[in-house]
Design a protein around this ligand. Structure first.
Ligand SMILES: Cc1ncc(COP(=O)(O)O)c(C=O)c1O
Length: 459
């Protein structure tokens, strides 16, 4: 019976308890997980072992851009699984070339190297930047080697990537890290100009910082980074692992600023959503930088196998066919308008920021209780940088999902707030003034009215 039930995909509470016990006993202690076992997903919902549905607004941390079990993704996996899952990078496969061509078209860059994860893409990007600088320096004794990264950045967990990640708790336990890294204050033009010199081989930027709490790099900062990188022959690396591939309503977040070819980054990293949840990443480069590589100098066993590349091609086609970048803008706007309404009623929302379907809600207090309360409402979100609730839903959510989210979010906030309070109880003026800062990308008349109301009533 047990065997039959697990084969049919159903699992009992006892099976869930036993799976969780086995994790507790045998997994390394790196994640704190709630006592829920998810056994399947469909569209924007995950289902636990008792069959209860949860609205998924975390999307596997920006991975499940098409939700769960999209029929075209499932069909591509089935088709390719019975052909060739892995061939090895020693041989051609039918999908790497077409996928590289598609990424080149989306990005404006020229060449691609496929990896298994975001952090591996970052490592490759760092190696390519160093190698390019070394080759360009010719016989110079001290070729440019330094990496500039931003405060509040997150680029991954391997040694190179964690070395350019600014958060102390991720870095310090593993010191000494890769030497030659300096951090620039976020959006600080002066600090950038002072720290950029001829020893720099690359500056790495998340156009919208994800783990750092959904913060957007300013146009002036991006353009100065571009200008200085060009002046010193260094690489401008755009880490689009979380913000890229449609999430902000554009193929790549940097395209907001890179409106001409000479404003493009030199190297771009992608991963998370690219293969619908299968592990695949990539770094892309302009021809001049890509030329630094030659056969044998860099490699990977798994990266870019035929199955994952076929699925990634399908994912990118679905994003185009279903007009999901447009949908990301529209639904993102609806979410921000709804959150602005909630913010009018509840003081602890300090700021709502983001672009498209990459949205952060900064609270005046620790966000963990709100995440727990949301789970109890069967809504999946997470909290980053202690106080920022992060929303990264699938790009194909509908207005119905947005309405369901807003209802659940408001209930979760009420339940979780230390002392829930109306922003302006009838007849009583607010005790303290606050500004709810709303994303500038959202600019409908309705939104403007709400934003104005929020400022008028709270300020
Ligand atoms: C911007 C950014 N870069 C790099 C990474 C690392 O990617 P991965 O976890 O696939 O190694 C992440 C993961 O969250 C990320 O958000």
């Amino acid at each position: 019976m047990k065997r039959a039930s697990s084969q049919s995909g159903k699992s009992t509470s006892a099976q869930a308890a036993s799976a969780i016990r086995a994790e507790e006993r045998h997994l390394m202690n790196t994640y704190k997980r709630p006592p829920v076992l998810f056994t399947r997903g469909k569209g924007c919902y995950l289902y636990d072992s008792t069959g209860r549905a949860y609205l998924d607004f975390l999307g596997g941390i920006a991975v499940n851009a098409l939700g769960h079990a999209h029929p075209r993704v499932v069909a591509a996996i089935r088709r390719e699984a019975s052909r060739a899952i892995h061939i090895s990078n020693l041989y051609h496969n039918p999908y790497q070339g077409p996928l590289a061509a598609k990424l080149a078209k989306w990005s404006g860059l020229d060449r691609v190297f496929f990896t298994n994860s975001g952090t591996e893409a970052i490592e490759g990007a760092m190696k390519l930047a160093r190698l390019h600088a070394r080759k360009a320096a010719g016989s110079a004794q001290h070729p440019p080697h330094k990496f500039l990264a931003l405060e509040n950045s997150f680029h991954g967990r391997t040694f190179g990537a964690v070395s350019i990640t600014s958060t102390a708790k991720y870095r310090e336990p593993f010191a000494p890290l890769v030497p030659g890294v300096e951090f620039v204050r976020f959006n600080d033009l002066h600090d950038l100009a002072v720290k950029f010199d001829s020893s720099v081989c690359a500056i790495i930027v998340e156009t919208v910082q994800g783990e750092g709490g959904i913060h957007r790099v300013s146009e002036a900062f991006y353009k100065l980074a571009r200008q200085l990188a060009t002046r010193y022959g260094a690489a401008l690396i755009a880490d689009e692992i979380q913000c890229g591939l449609g999430r902000t309503g554009r193929p790549f977040a940097y395209q907001k600023f890179a409106t001409a070819p000479d404003l493009l980054p030199d190297i771009v990293t992608v991963a998370k959503p690219i293969a619908g949840g299968l592990p695949l990443g990539a770094f892309l480069a302009r021809e001049e930088f890509a030329q630094a590589f030659s056969p044998g100098i860099h490699g990977t066993t798994f990266g870019g196998g035929p199955l994952v590349c076929a699925v990634a091609l399908e994912v990118l086609s679905i994003i185009e066919d279903e007009k999901l970048m447009e949908n990301a803008c529209e639904r993102g706007e609806e979410i921000c308008v709804g959150l602005a309404e909630i913010a009018l009623r509840y003081d602890p929302i300090r700021e709502i920021r983001g672009e498209g379907l990459m949205i952060g809600v900064e609270l005046a207090h620790d966000g963990a209780p709100a995440v727990d309360a949301a789970l109890a409402e069967r809504l999946l979100i997470n909290c980053t940088h202690d106080r920022t609730l992060r929303l990264l839903p699938a790009l194909n959510i509908t207005p119905r999902h947005v309405a369901e989210f807003l209802g659940k979010m408001e209930r979760a906030l009420i339940k979780s707030l230390p002392r829930p309070q109306l922003a302006h109880p009838p007849g009583i003026s607010p005790a303290k003034s606050q500004n709810v800062v709303l994303p500038s990308v959202v600019s409908t008349p309705g939104h403007r009215a709400l934003a104005a109301a929020a400022h008028a009533e709270k300020g």
